[in-house]
Design a protein around this ligand. Structure first.
Ligand code: SAH
Length: 356
């Protein structure tokens, strides 16, 4: 549909979502451009090409399409070696599904397109979930390499599309800080930060996640990498809010802690409850952080701004009587760009803190 100013001047071409609070998602600001199969293929080709530098001998996975920020609202595409996983979350994306699948299948080296359109937000668009192979044949074992480390990815049953690609740079940062340190990785999922820490020379790595499937995959991921010492890794399947208290009561301490919790606040309406959860885990972590130690703490909640997140962590530090410094502000990797006109796209924020 076209979006027209009160004066009659054409503004944009947009996808109409009758069931959603977001009624229109802009495809193009050029009213002369037509939205068709060629348009979709062009936009997907442009987005994929902009990630070319992220693929090299040590990396074969990256996000190819990051929704609004790539001019493709409601479309997320992650590439895992020769498999691409797409997630469609808007009525407009759904309308062009066949064109999207065709464009993805035509990318060089793609053997399969798998659909994971089962995100919660689809219901807000009045769309039923859909998952399954959309093109080609899914290999029995999907393995990726990130920073030279191999990880198994489960596009069918894993969280999101199977792997948290947005943390690539931050896993590398943790790797660079890990030498000789006792590491605690809370909300470890399939072991991303743990394997990075082990590769960086951590003396021990303790990892916590409440998902048994994730912990199993994480252990298997260490085993996949002959260069990593599995004996240095301890895996705990537990609720982090409970287990961090147990560790604190046992007077455990760590030199490097990673906190990468799930989205506690999908929207601003959940911000208050989320703030309490963020404060709780950060407080517990800071109490267990040795002097000279570092904490990499994250929030992927759209409903919590970077400013609010920093305030929450500062509050936790006061309560923990920990006088910490911000060493660096962290965000998502380059394959998760943020369009200037879409600041909501900046969902992942993090702080690298140091306890002097
Ligand atoms: N850091 C990870 C991604 C973390 S995603 C990576 O680099 O891949 C958040 C994780 O938190 C998920 O694996 C989820 O299973 C886990 N989780 C959610 N609630 C939890 C809780 N209460 N206790 C422990 N883990 C939890």
């Amino acid at each position: 549909m076209s979006v027209v100013a009160a004066s009659g001047e054409p503004l944009a071409l947009a996808a109409y979502s009758p069931a959603s609070q977001i009624r229109a998602r802009v495809w193009t600001l050029d009213p002369a451009e037509s939205v068709d199969e060629a348009f979709i293929a062009r936009r997907i080709g442009r987005a994929a090409a902009s990630r070319a530098a992220m693929f090299d001998a040590k990396h074969d996975a990256a996000r190819l399409v990051h929704g609004e920020s790539d001019g493709l609202p409601g479309i997320v595409v992650d590439r895992y070696a020769n498999v691409v996983v797409m997630q469609l979350t808007s009525a407009g994306a759904e309308r062009w599904r066949d064109a999207i699948v065709a464009a993805l299948a035509a990318l060089p080296g793609v053997a399969a397109v798998y659909e994971r359109s089962d995100a919660e937000v689809r219901t807000l668009e009045g769309l039923a979930p859909r998952t399954g192979v959309a093109s080609g044949a899914l290999p029995a074992d999907v393995t990726i390499v990130e920073d030279g480390i191999a990880y198994g990815v489960d596009p069918v049953g894993g969280q999101k599309t199977g792997f948290y690609l947005d943390q690539r740079d931050n896993r590398r940062l943790v790797r660079s800080l890990a030498r000789g340190r006792r590491v605690l990785n809370v909300f470890c999922y399939t072991g991303g930060f743990t394997l990075a820490a082990l590769a960086g020379g951590a003396s021990r790595a303790t990892s916590i996640d409440s998902s048994g499937d994730a912990v199993r995959q994480a252990r298997a991921n260490v085993a996949r990498n002959a260069s990593l010492d599995a004996a240095r890794a301890e895996w705990i399947e537990a609720d982090a809010f409970v287990d961090l208290r147990r560790l604190r009561n046992e007077a455990a301490t760590f030199d490097l802690i990673v906190l990468d919790p799930p989205k506690f606040a999908p929207t601003a309406a959940h911000a208050e409850r989320a703030a309490r959860a963020y404060k709780d885990v950060n407080l517990l972590a800071l109490k267990m952080l040795e002097p000279g130690g570092m904490l990499a703490t994250f929030s992927c909640s759209g409903g919590v701004s970077a400013e609010l997140f920093q305030k929450i962590v500062a509050g936790a530090a006061v309560d923990a009587k920990a006088d910490v410094q911000i060493v660096r502000k962290l965000g998502a990797s380059a394959d998760h760009p943020v369009a200037l006109g879409f600041p909501e796209g900046e969902y992942l924020k993090g702080l690298l803190l140091r306890r002097p």
